[in-house]
Design a protein around this ligand. Structure first.
Ligand code: 5GP
Length: 193
């Protein structure tokens, strides 16, 4: 049997990946969000083991050395983020399909190394990204600047992914994401031997 596809949602900070994934999971309950590990600080309201596994840099490095990550990157302000192999195993054991939310470098890594991965780039105009990051107000001024600079670079990479969805209007983008994922899952089911 071919492995179940992995759905990868990527795009710049502020594109609304998290909100769109939450809506996608509500609509397609056979999907489950993989919980990444990170060394960044917890934001108000975030819980260990729910939004992320929050690790110290030492613990993160130990797990890298132990080969526990499928992919990992260093993102803004030297924060580490990574996908734990144990998360994918847990989701597969539960008979579910895994959804990963990654920045673009991690998403490209998965595209190269995981057969059958479906990569979806969530895009938005730079003005909209800036507005959302400022409204969210969870990063310092310097970090917002860094995330926006990176967003410019990431927007140029959109063409490297299987699908691009523009999220300037949430409901419309959520419908489009659902359509794309349903189509990919149906396609994967038909090519399963
Ligand atoms: P935030 O700090 O806003 O939660 O996340 C920053 C960026 O890291 C987002 O673009 C998010 O999608 C990405 N990210 C979260 N988890 C992972 C991961 O496990 N691997 C990679 N490559 N990126 C991740």
């Amino acid at each position: 049997m071919s492995p179940a596809p992995v759905i990868v949602v990527t795009g710049p900070s502020g594109a609304g990946k998290g909100t769109l994934i939450a809506e996608l999971l509500r609509r397609l309950p056979q999907l489950e969000h993989s919980i990444s590990a990170t060394t960044r600080e917890r934001r108000p309201g975030e819980q260990d083991g729910r939004e992320y596994w929050f690790l110290t840099p030492e613990e993160f490095a130990r797990r890298v050395r132990a080969g526990e990550f499928l992919e990992h990157v260093t993102y803004v302000s030297q924060r580490c983020y990574g996908t734990l192999r144990s998360e994918l195993e847990r989701i597969a054991r539960g008979g579910r399909i895994c959804v990963l939310e990654l920045e673009t470098e991690g998403a490209l890594n998965i595209k190269r190394t995981v057969p059958g991965a479906v990569t979806i780039f969530i895009s938005a105009s730079v003005a909209e990204l800036e507005r959302r990051l400022k409204e969210r107000a969870t990063e310092t001024h310097t970090e917002i600047g860094e995330r926006l600079r990176l967003a410019h670079e990431q927007l140029e990479q959109a063409g490297e992914f299987d699908h691009v969805i523009v999220n300037d209007e949430l409901e419309h983008a959520a419908d489009e994401l659902e359509r794309v994922v349903r189509r990919e899952l149906a396609l994967a089911a038909t090519i399963e031997p």
